[in-house]
Design a protein around this ligand. Structure first.
Ligand code: PTJ
Length: 250
């Protein structure tokens, strides 16, 4: 992996590491070429946020952890960008909250589905859903609608990082609690989310896991209070303000 070529002392180490992971992902047939464009778009927002987890994003990550711990059947959806960027971290989160991991692609091909499932296995995720594709998200065209009936199809809480707006909307209409990770607070995905997390996936996933570990012994009432306290509109507003100020602060 090309990670080791970047000196950790470089001021933009994290950003360069992310680019290398996406490049590797494309070379391995995991990430789509469109994934490179999506990454560029995300980077622009991250730059304006100061490449840091702003307080409203941290609160969203805590609320996400509480939702996942309260869920009957949580599922983490993984696409070509997420698989390339943070496969081991997705495994850690799945373990911390007892979630299933499902590969779910915007540009679905059987080759890429298999390559991503293999990549996740190599990073310690034993059970990977998404290949059965015996369920459907209503309101979407054939390929984009495919899910596993015993995965996203029957989940009550879904984590959908870097999701396309149409699918985020359609999942929301299925009455699922949707946790979206997206650096653009104005994207349709972030706007329709129950919990929009405006943060880089590389920081967001480990931070949700850290919150989940800390909340492991919390009572149902405590978790429900964290969920109730979180206000999605306020979080989006705070992120937009941080971006507009260009100072990465609130
Ligand atoms: O692997 P596939 O086929 O499922 O395709 C995945 C992509 C990402 C190509 C597809 O879902 C897509 O085209 O997404 P969009 O519509 O470009 O949306 C991606 C969103 O994720 C944008 O709003 C970006 O700002 C945001 N984003 C990009 N990189 C990151 C990010 N958000 C958080 N962390 C990132 N590293």
């Amino acid at each position: 992996m090309s990670d080791i070529e970047i000196p950790e002392s470089h001021p933009r180490y994290q950003s360069l590491l992310t680019r290398h992971r996406i490049e590797d992902g494309v070379e391995k047939g995991i990430t789509s070429k469109q994934g490179l464009i999506a990454q560029g778009r995300g980077e622009a927002f991250d730059y304006l946020l100061g490449e840091q987890t702003i307080p409203s994003a941290d609160a969203a990550e805590r609320a996400a952890a509480a939702h996942l711990l309260l869920a009957d059947h949580p599922v983490i959806s993984v696409n070509g960008n997420v698989a390339a960027l943070c496969p081991a971290e997705i495994g850690d989160l799945a373990e911390a909250v007892g979630a299933d991991v499902e590969v779910n692609l915007f540009n679905r091909t059987e080759e890429r589905m298999q390559a991503i499932a293999d990549h996740l296995h190599e990073h310690g995720i034993e059970q990977v859903k998404g290949l059965t594709a015996d369920g459907r998200i209503p309101g979407l065209d054939h390929e984009r609608a495919k899910v596993d009936a015993d995965g996203i199809g029957s989940a009550d809480v879904v984590v959908v990082p870097l999701e396309d707006g149409d699918r985020a909307e359609a999942l929301g209409e299925m009455d699922k609690t949707e946790i979206v990770v997206d650096l653009n607070p104005m994207s349709r995905s972030a706007q329709v989310a129950t919990v929009p997390i405006v943060d880089n996936i590389m920081r967001a996933v480990p931070n949700i896991t850290a919150h989940a570990r800390e909340l492991r012994d919390a009572s149902r009432e405590e978790l429900e209070a964290i969920v109730a306290e979180f206000d999605a509109d306020e979080a989006l507003e705070a992120a937009e303000q941080a971006i507009r100020s260009g100072e990465g602060g609130e």
